[in-house]
Ligand binder design. Structure first.
Ligand code: GLC
Ligand code: CA
Length: 561
């Protein structure tokens, strides 16, 4: 790989830090994080050395799905504050050299959006075709699977007009009809509104689902249950719509775009991100999240299978050797805490394991998407009681499992590992009451481990996960090899060691990660011997010329030449 041949872009060199505003910082004691809370923490955010802030939805919403059900795209959610707060936040970020990416949720709206209220009111309302309707006189609609519906059925009967509407997600999230050019024009105008305010990009929620199949055909048997996601992502006009969006909106600004891409694979992703096609910049996939996780997030023995993980991540990297650009992430608001899912959150290993995972994200090729709280090693809360969950996905799946007479104990155990609320518990700022998150009653329980695991405690520890994360963002900034260098996987079959090199021009870096709870002796091939250590997540270093001994969860970044 030669730097001279690379198309450098700011969004390729950026580290993205994701903020789930509801759980970041409450400023007015109502128990819900808000924009003012983020404003109050701007210096902290800047101190991390990250470049781009992705905010989960901040728009007006009845919060059936925590903001992913939008009732007005150009207003701020009441609980989060006002448009003035947003303008101040954007300005505060820009003053600190941080870019701001918003969530674009346009596969569906809330059923409380004015468009849907109109649409459902009569069959001849001008907004009728803003959504997908199936008249009941045509008989039952063809089967469609829904993520959040209590019966997993994506068609909801609406008596007012004797018809069914389509909702891939909750009943309160009807799918927009992109086939209607008026819908596309409304969305593009709304995107211009935000870009004119100065935002720096969009993360596009389930954007792969926007084009529906004409006439809603029955899908073949290969698309059973959640497998239907692959059919949803294969709509006939997806790329036509994204090219139109690029032409009408995106190309007019210096911004970044990233698809949340359920249904994307190494085989079809280039259609989204090949720059010559003029669609989107990046995509993130779910292949690694799916390892060892089945229907309704029931886990199996493969849950932490490192060989499979390495394979998935290496296959994805290989797609982008010539064109396009990758993303890497472990956690976000839809998955477990990274240290609990991919590392080890038992007391002895939690700090090194979370540092190791941060090392991985910041030394891979592709833009890292880093989730708030992971910098201090926040862990899963593991609720025992279904009533503690606020996420409609866990709650509805629980009811569905119960209704089917399924195994509820197994369900609860698996959700201790996988439920989305594990990642949504409030950020732990200090050891004061409610972790410094709120003076009121937090909307979701705070992890009781906050008395030890919090930002304030880690600020004062030089070798804390927090300070280590800061050294990683700095290291990535100082080393373009970590951004653009070719990636090569070493020891693909090793079940506990993840090792790889990054190579750009004459520079060669070696990353060694021990994903196990014991010492590993790593014999280095001659061409990788004799390097100097740039970063080590432990104090300990046991290196001879030909080999390195890695302690449990030790992570090393080595400059070979
Ligand atoms: C995306 C979001 C998730 C939301 C869903 C429906 O997957 O990340 O939080 O529930 O889309 O909008
Ligand atoms: Ca608040």
């Amino acid at each position: 790989m030669k730097l001279a041949n690379i198309k450098r872009k700011w969004w390729k060199e950026a580290v993205v830090y994701q903020i789930y505003p509801r759980s970041f910082q409450d400023s007015n004691g109502d128990g819900v994080g808000d924009l003012r809370g983020i404003i109050n923490r701007l210096d902290y955010i800047q101190s991390l050395g990250v470049d781009v802030i992705w905010l989960n939805p901040i728009y007006k919403s009845p919060n059936d799905d925590m903001g992913y059900d939008i009732s007005d795209y150009q207003q701020i959610m009441d609980e989060f504050g006002s448009m003035d707060d947003f303008d101040e936040l954007l300005q505060g970020m820009h003053q600190r050299g941080l870019k701001v990416v918003l969530d674009l949720v346009v596969n569906h709206t809330s059923d409380e959006h004015e468009w849907f209220k109109q649409s459902r009111s009569s069959r001849d309302n001008p907004y009728r075709d803003y959504y997908h309707w199936w008249p009941a006189e045509n008989g039952g609609p063809p089967k469609r699977w829904s993520y959040f519906d209590e019966q997993a059925n994506a068609w909801k009967y609406d008596a007012q007009t004797d018809a069914y509407y389509l909702h891939y997600f909750a009943v309160k999230q009807p799918d927009l009809n992109w086939e209607n050019p008026k819908v596309r024009a409304e969305i593009f105008a709304m995107m211009h509104f935000w870009f004119k305010k100065g935002i720096d990009g969009f993360r596009m929620d389930v954007i792969t689902f926007i084009s529906k199949h004409d006439g809603y055909p029955e899908f073949s048997d290969q698309y059973k249950g959640s497998q239907m996601i692959n059919a949803y992502a294969d709509g006939p006009r997806l790329h036509e719509y994204l090219q139109e969006m690029n032409r009408e909106v995106l190309q007019h600004y210096d911004i970044m775009t990233v698809a949340e891409g359920p249904g994307t694979s190494t085989h079809n992703v280039m259609k989204l991100v090949d720059e010559d096609r003029k669609e989107l910049n990046m995509n993130y996939h779910f292949d690694h999240q799916g390892i060892g996780v089945g229907e309704r997030f029931i886990v199996n023995d493969d849950f932490q299978n490192l060989v499979k993980f390495k394979q998935v991540m290496s296959d994805w990297d290989a797609v982008f050797t010539e064109k396009g650009w990758n993303t890497v992430y472990f956690g976000n608001h839809d998955f477990a805490r990274m240290v609990s899912r991919w590392g080890n959150d038992t007391p002895a290993f939690r700090a090194p394991a979370s540092k190791l995972l941060s090392t991985y994200l910041l030394t891979m090729r592709g833009t890292p998407y880093y989730y708030m709280g992971d910098e201090i090693g926040m862990a899963n809360i593991r609720f025992d009681d279904i009533n503690d969950y606020k996420d409609l996905m866990t709650v509805n799946w629980y009811h569905l499992t119960k209704q089917e007479g399924g195994n509820l104990a197994q369900f609860m155990d698996s959700h201790k590992l996988c439920a989305r609320d594990n990642a949504r518990t409030p950020v732990q700022w200090d050891d004061s009451h409610n972790a410094g998150f709120t003076d009121g009653i937090p909307w979701l329980k705070i992890n009781p481990d906050y008395s030890q695991w919090n930002v304030a405690a880690q600020e004062s520890m030089p070798d804390s996960p927090l300070n280590y994360f800061r050294s990683l963002t700095q290291l990535r900034k100082d080393n373009l090899t970590l951004v653009y260098g070719a990636y090569e996987l070493l020891w693909p079959e090793h079940q506990e060691l993840y090792g790889y090199t990054r190579r750009l021009d004459d520079e060669l870096l070696l990353v060694l990660l021990n994903f196990s709870t014991h010492m590993l002796n790593v014999a280095l091939p001659p061409e990788l011997q004799g390097g100097s250590v740039l970063l080590n997540n432990l104090q300990h270093l046991n290196q001879s010329t030909e080999s390195i001994e890695l302690e449990a969860y030790q992570a090393l970044v080595i400059k070979v030449k």
